[in-house]
Design a protein around this ligand. Sequence first.
Ligand code: ZN
Length: 142
Amino acid sequence: MDPFNQEELKMYFTENRLKSFEGWPFDEDCVCTPESMAKAGFIHTPSENSPDTAMCFFCLKELEGWEPEDDPEKEHKSHSPSCNFIALKKKVEELTVEEIFKLQKDRHKFLIKKSCNEAIVKFEETAKQTRTDIIKTAEGEE
Ligand SMILES: [Zn+2]
């Protein structure tokens, strides 16, 4: 992995995250506008059943069920207190190469954690199904 790859760094910038918020259900007279959502690190990741799902590009925390008066930054901090991005005190443009490198390392930890959790869930589902199948077969042989 090249930590300074353009694609890798794209989502660090608010304007690139903002582009994902097309069709976001909250716009005028709301606290959680596309602008404030993007500023707080979120990208819009809607699905058929949840049109208001947003995910932090950094810690990958997904939040849905937004209310117009929700403050994206506060929600992000309270639901994902270990996110290094939302805790940043500087603007991305002001970070040093060293700081970006460190952030990218932290971000990859979140990515690895998420894919491991997904693999565990999948494994457990398969194990459960296999157990059911074995019991069925055993019962059928009695
Ligand atoms: Zn985050």
